[in-house]
Design a protein around this ligand. Structure first.
Ligand code: F6P
Length: 324
């Protein structure tokens, strides 16, 4: 049986639509099972400032499932990568009688969580990032909402690109990974998708050639999705216009991709993962990462999970080149 009586929960790193649905599930499932729940504001930075409060009733997380962002706020804490601050964080967790800490965040947040585990804190990680770039899971909370935002933006840009018979580049987030670009590029019907994972195999000439091929094939316009990890969409726009004579414009979507009401998929995954995090604590497990693999919500050892790496789906990428 678990010795956990009080759970702490925080959100860390870039916010992601669905984080509130996850917080809501953690709080309500924990309270339902007789546990206490403390919220920690502003991620690890807030932990170090002891910005800690108690969720006392399920109504404390009412009316948030549909809201983007995170009611706990989030931050990227540089201090937390230093030993003395991590030790301070562990001491604060113990001082507040928190028996286990649930961290909702991405890769960087998981590293901080593993450091806390090494200091004797029982931590559970939940994959909260729009990037889908956590190697141990096939899904991260926020990804679907972000892809749909990009697809909607592509639909809008497609109209004006078509009217002006232009070449249009759309730069999207994803940090060093190309998952958002690949999925949104396929969903948006992009003619070309530029991914960091293939940056070394694509030259400027290849890109110019692809745009000219579109022209020769009587496409009224070209639409290119550029992952931020590939980068250079402004430079490429100038280069394409100079080399092809086709009017070319670029749009960087930026932080539009991080907000808005989470989709049903994000809300459901966030809810089920949040519940799974509390369940593994009730089972007496320690230092686990909650993952979605092969259609199931599972938990892996935090150290093993943090070693796992994942590239893009190369088959999807090949198909995108043929049907794009
Ligand atoms: O990790 C999510 C993300 O939106 C990345 O896609 C992006 O590169 C990064 O965060 C931006 O970080 P910040 O919000 O700190 O500017």
């Amino acid at each position: 049986m678990s010795k956990v009586k009080t759970i702490g929960v925080l959100t860390s790193g870039g916010d992601a639509p669905g984080m509130n649905a996850c917080i809501r599930a953690v709080v309500r499932y924990a309270l339902h099972n007789g546990l206490k729940v403390k919220g920690i504001k502003r991620g690890y930075a807030g932990l170090l400032e002891e910005e800690i409060f108690e969720f006392t009733h399920r109504s404390d997380v009412a009316e948030i499932i549909h809201r983007g962002g995170t009611i706990l706020f989030t931050a990227r804490s540089k201090e937390f990568f230093e030993d003395e601050y991590r030790k301070k964080g562990a001491e604060i967790i113990k001082k507040h009688e928190i028996d286990a800490l649930i961290v909702i965040g991405g890769n960087g947040s998981y590293k901080g969580a593993e450091d806390l585990a090494k200091l004797g804190i029982n931590v559970i990680g939940l994959p909260g990032t729009i990037d889908l770039d956590i190697g141990s899971t096939e899904y991260t909370i926020g990804f679907d909402t972000s892809v749909n935002i990009v697809m909607d933006a592509i639909n809008r840009i497609r109209d004006t690109s078509n009217s002006h018979e232009r070449c249009s580049l759309v730069e999207v987030m994803g940090r060093h990974a190309g998952h958002i670009a690949l999925w949104a590029g396929i969903a948006g019907g992009a003619d070309l998708i530029l991914l960091p994972e293939h940056k070394d195999t694509i030259t400027d000439d290849d890109i110019v050639h692809a745009v000219l091929e579109d022209k020769r094939a009587d496409h009224t316009h070209s639409l290119i999705v550029v992952a931020e990890g590939f980068g250079g969409s402004d430079r490429l726009a100038k280069l394409i216009e100079e080399r092809t004579g086709i009017e070319t414009r670029s749009t960087t979507l930026g932080y539009l991709q991080r907000g808005g009401s989470p989709t049903a998929l994000d809300r459901v995954h966030a809810t089920m993962m949040g519940v799974k995090a509390v369940e593994v604590l009730l089972e007496g497990k320690e230092n686990r990462i909650i993952n979605y693999r092969n259609g199931k919500y599972i938990d892996d050892d935090i150290h093993e999970a943090n070693q796992m790496i994942k590239g893009i789906d190369e088959n999807m990428y090949e198909i995108s080149k043929i049907v794009g």
